[in-house]
Design a protein around this ligand. Structure first.
Ligand code: AMP
Length: 218
C-alpha cells in the first residue's frame, strides 16, 4: 500500500525527530525540505545560493523554488511506496499546488505545542552539519558531549536557531503555515498530535493515530 504523509508544526515541535521513527515503522521515504535546502547551500548550487539569505533570516524560500524541488524529489522511484514530507507544505499555495499536481497527501500530522516550549527547545538544539541528526542538550543529548552519535562530527547550532531568528521563524509559522491546519482539517486529512509530551509519548501517539487511520484509508 502506498502512504503519503506530511508532518506539520512550528519550528521546535519535534518534526524531524519524530519523522525518523515514522519512516522506519511505515517504510516510507523521509523528505525534509530544510535538509535538502541546507545541502544545496553546502554544495553551493544555484538553488542553494538563492535560498541561503531567506533561510538565515528565518523567512520562507519562495514557493516556486520549493515546489519545483519537491516535485522533482517525489517523482523518483524510491517514493513509489510513499513518503513523509517534513517541512512541506508550509504555505497554502504549496498545499494547493501539491493537491493539483499530485501525488495527493493521505494524512497530515499536526504537531501542537506552545510557542514558549518551542523557543526553549530551539535554543538548546544542536545539529550535525554532516548527517543532519538533531539533538537537544537538555532532553536528548548526544552520547559524547558535542559529538554526533551517528557520524562523530562536531555538533553546531544552526544559524537559524539563534534567539532573534527563532522569533522570526515562529512569526512566519503563525502567519503563513498555521492556516494549513484548517486547510487539511477541511479536507479530512488532519491528525492532531499533542507534541508537548516526551519524545516517547509523542511517538506512541503518532503510531496509534497512523495505525488506526491507515487501516481505514480513504
Ligand atoms: P526547517 O529545517 O524545516 O526548519 O527549514 C529551514 C528553513 O528552510 C526554513 O526556515 C525556510 O527558510 C526553508 N524552508 C524549508 N522548507 C520550506 C518550505 N516548504 N517553504 C519555504 N521555505 C522552506
Amino acid at each position: 500500500m502506498n502512504l503519503n504523509l506530511s508532518i506539520l508544526g512550528p519550528p521546535g515541535s519535534g518534526k524531524g525527530t519524530q519523522a525518523s521513527g515514522i519512516v522506519e515503522k511505515f517504510g516510507v521515504v523521509h523528505i525534509s525540505t530544510g535538509d535538502m535546502l541546507r545541502e544545496a547551500v553546502r554544495n553551493k548550487t544555484a538553488l542553494g545560493e538563492k535560498a541561503q539569505g531567506f533561510m538565515n533570516s528565518g523567512q520562507l524560500v519562495p514557493d516556486e523554488l520549493i515546489i519545483a524541488m519537491v516535485q522533482e524529489r517525489i517523482q523518483r522511484a524510491d517514493c513509489a511506496k510513499g513518503f513523509l514530507l517534513d517541512g512541506f507544505p508550509r504555505t497554502i499555495p504549496q498545499a494547493q499546488k501539491l493537491d493539483e499536481l499530485g501525488p495527493r497527501l493521505d494524512w497530515v500530522l499536526s504537531m501542537e505545542i506552545s510557542e514558549e516550549e518551542c523557543v526553549k527547545r530551539l535554543c538548546s538544539r544542536k545539529s550535525c552539519p554532516q548527517c543532519s541528526a538533531t539533538y537537544n542538550v537538555l532532553t536528548n543529548p548526544p552520547k559524547k558531549t558535542n559529538q554526533c552519535d551517528r557520524c562523530d562530527s562536531a555538533l553546531v547550532q544552526r544559524p537559524d536557531d539563534r534567539p532573534e531568528t527563532v522569533l522570526a521563524r515562529l512569526k512566519v509559522y503563525n502567519d503563513q503555515t498555521a492556516p494549513l491546519i484548517d486547510y487539511f482539517r477541511k479536507t479530512n486529512r488532519l491528525l492532531s498530535v499533542n507534541a508537548s509530551l516526551s519524545l516517547e509519548a509523542v511517538c506512541k501517539q503518532i503510531n496509534n493515530l497512523l495505525q488506526s487511520n491507515v487501516s481505514s484509508q480513504k
